[in-house]
Design a protein around this ligand. Structure first.
Ligand SMILES: Cc1cc2nc3c(=O)[nH]c(=O)nc-3n(C[C@H](O)[C@H](O)[C@H](O)COP(=O)(O)O)c2cc1C
Length: 434
C-alpha cells in the first residue's frame, strides 16, 4: 500500500469515528424526524428555486441579495448559464417499471443519498445568522457533501465536526502563501479527506452590483447602506445581535478582518498545483476549469477530480455557459475520470442534464443561499427536498431508476463532442455505470 493510500485510509477512519460520535436519529432525508424539530419543517411558499430567489429578494437588504445574485460585468455569463439548460431537451420514455427508484451515488469513495452537494460559498452567515450551521445540518440530513469555502464564516475544524466528516475544504491561494499553507495543514489535521483548489479567481472580477451598493468587507455603513439595512429590520437586528459575520479562518491581527477580498489569488498556478499534490495526501479536486487543455494538464498532474464551473458567471462575463463546455472535457478525460459540475443548476432536471452531459456529481450554489435568505432552515430543507424529488421524478419520466443509468441517450440532439468523437468512450461509460 502506498503512503498516500495509507493516509487516505487514516482519514477514512477519522471520518467514521466522527460519524459515530455524532450519530443522529435521522439522516439522509428518508427517515421520519422527531416532530417539532424546527430543522425539518417545510416551507409553504417555496416550490422552485425561483420562488426562493424572489422571497429572498424581499427579505434581505439589497446589498446582501446582490452579493449573492450578482455576477461579473453585465452578468451575461450568469444569464447564459441558466438559459443554456433551458435549451437542452430530454427524451421521455414510456412503459418501463420505474415504480422503485434509488438516487444513491458513490463518488470519490463515499456514498451519498443523491448525486448533489453544496458548492463552496464564502460568507454564508451574511445571508442569515447561522447559515453555515443550517447548511451543515442539510448536509447531514440529505447525506450530501458540503464544500466549505476558504472565506467561510465558520471555522474549518467546526464544519467537519458539524457535518460528521462529510465536508470538503475549498482552498484559495490568497494574499499570503504562509496563511494558505496553514489552512491546508489545518484541514489535514482536522481530518478532511477532500481538498478543492479553486483556480478561476486570479483576481476577483468587477461585480458591478457590489460596486454600486458599496459592498465591502467589513461593512462600511454610509447613508445608502443605512437606509438599506433600516428597510430590512429583521435581518439588521439579527445581524446586530449576533455580530457582523467575518471570514473566520483569516487572521484578524490587521484590523477587523484579515480577509482581503480584492487580493490576488493568482498564486494557484501550475507550480503550486504540483506542490499541493505532494503536500495533500487525500483527494485533490481542481475547481473552476472550463478548458480542455487545462483539464488534460490537471489530470496529468495527478488531481483526483476536476470541477467544471465558471464560478456562476462571477468571473469572466464573456465566458460561455459552463454546461456547454462539459461534454468536450468529459470526452478528453475519458469515461472514468471523476467530474463535478456547477453553474446555473436551478432544478432537478438541470441536475439530470448535467449528468447526461458527462458529470458524475453536481453542486448547488445560489439557490441554497436564497432558500436560507427566504425562510431560513425551513426554506433550505424545502429546496433541498425539491431538488431530490425532481431528480427522482425526472428519472421516472425518462424510464430510468438510478442516476447511473443516465447517458447521452436521454438527450435529444446531444452535443457533437458526446456523439462523434466519443461514441466508444460513452458506450464504455454506460456499460460501467450499469
Ligand atoms: C455568494 C457566493 C460566494 C461564493 N464563494 C465562493 C468561494 O468562496 N469559493 C469558490 O470556489 N466558489 C465560490 N462561489 C462560486 C460557487 O462555488 C459556484 O461555483 C457558483 O455559485 C455556481 O453558480 P450558481 O450558483 O449560479 O449555480 C461563490 C458563489 C456565490 C454565489
Amino acid at each position: 500500500m502506498s503512503a498516500r493510500q495509507h493516509s487516505i485510509g487514516g482519514l477514512n477512519s477519522v471520518r467514521h469515528i466522527l460519524q459515530r460520535a455524532n450519530a443522529r436519529p435521522f439522516r439522509g432525508g428518508s427517515k421520519i424526524a422527531p416532530s417539532g424539530d424546527k430543522t425539518t419543517k417545510q416551507s409553504r411558499r417555496i416550490f422552485t428555486a425561483e420562488d426562493a430567489r424572489m422571497l429572498a429578494r424581499r427579505r434581505l437588504p439589497r446589498l446582501v441579495f446582490d452579493f449573492v445574485d450578482g455576477a461579473a460585468g453585465r452578468e451575461i455569463a450568469a444569464a447564459k448559464n441558466i438559459s443554456a439548460f433551458d435549451e437542452i431537451e430530454l427524451q421521455p420514455r414510456v412503459m418501463q417499471d420505474v415504480s422503485s427508484r434509488n438516487l444513491r451515488t458513490t463518488f470519490l469513495g463515499s456514498e451519498y443519498d443523491c448525486p448533489v452537494g453544496i458548492a463552496p460559498m464564502g460568507m454564508c452567515d451574511l445571508i442569515w445568522h447561522g447559515a453555515d450551521r443550517m447548511l451543515a445540518r442539510a448536509s447531514n440530513r440529505f447525506n450530501a457533501p458540503l464544500c466549505l469555502s476558504s472565506a467561510a464564516s465558520c471555522l474549518i475544524e467546526d464544519m467537519l465536526s458539524w457535518t460528521e466528516g462529510r465536508a470538503w475544504f475549498q482552498l484559495y491561494v490568497g494574499q499570503s502563501m504562509d496563511h494558505t499553507l496553514d489552512m491546508v495543514e489545518r484541514a489535514k489535521t482536522a481530518g478532511y479527506e477532500t481538498l478543492v483548489l479553486t483556480v478561476d479567481v486570479p483576481q476577483v472580477s468587477r461585480r458591478v452590483r457590489d460596486l454600486r451598493n458599496g459592498f465591502e468587507m467589513p461593512f462600511r455603513i454610509g447613508p445608502r447602506q443605512f437606509l438599506d439595512f433600516a428597510a430590512h429590520p429583521k435581518w439588521s437586528l439579527t445581524t446586530l445581535v449576533n455580530g457582523a459575520p467575518s471570514a473566520k479562518n483569516f487572521p484578524t491581527d490587521r484590523g477587523n478582518s484579515g480577509f482581503d477580498r480584492g487580493a490576488s489569488r493568482a498564486g494557484a498556478d501550475w507550480a503550486f498545483l504540483n506542490r499541493l499534490r505532494d503536500l495533500w495526501p487525500g483527494r485533490l479536486v481542481i475547481k473552476g476549469v472550463t478548458s480542455v487543455a487545462d483539464a488534460k494538464r490537471i489530470q496529468s498532474c495527478g488531481a483526483d477530480a476536476i470541477y467544471v464551473s465558471n464560478h456562476g458567471g462571477r468571473q469572466l462575463d464573456s465566458a460561455p455557459a459552463a454546461i456547454k463546455l462539459l461534454p468536450a472535457i468529459r470526452t478528453a478525460l475519458g469515461p472514468d475520470y471523476p467530474l463535478i459540475f456547477d453553474s446555473g443548476i436551478r432544478s432537478g432536471e438541470d441536475v439530470v442534464k448535467a449528468l447526461a452531459f458527462g458529470a458524475d456529481f453536481v453542486m448547488l450554489g445560489r439557490p441554497l443561499l436564497f432558500a436560507i435568505g427566504a425562510e431560513g432552515e425551513r426554506g433550505l430543507n424545502s429546496l433541498f427536498s425539491i431538488f431530490t424529488e425532481e431528480i427522482s421524478l425526472t428519472l421516472a419520466q425518462l424510464g430510468l431508476t438510478r442516476p447511473g443509468e443516465i447517458s447521452r441517450d436521454v438527450l435529444i440532439n446531444p452535443p457533437a463532442s458526446l456523439t462523434e468523437k466519443s461514441t466508444q468512450l460513452h458506450i464504455t461509460k454506460s456499460i460501467k455505470r450499469a
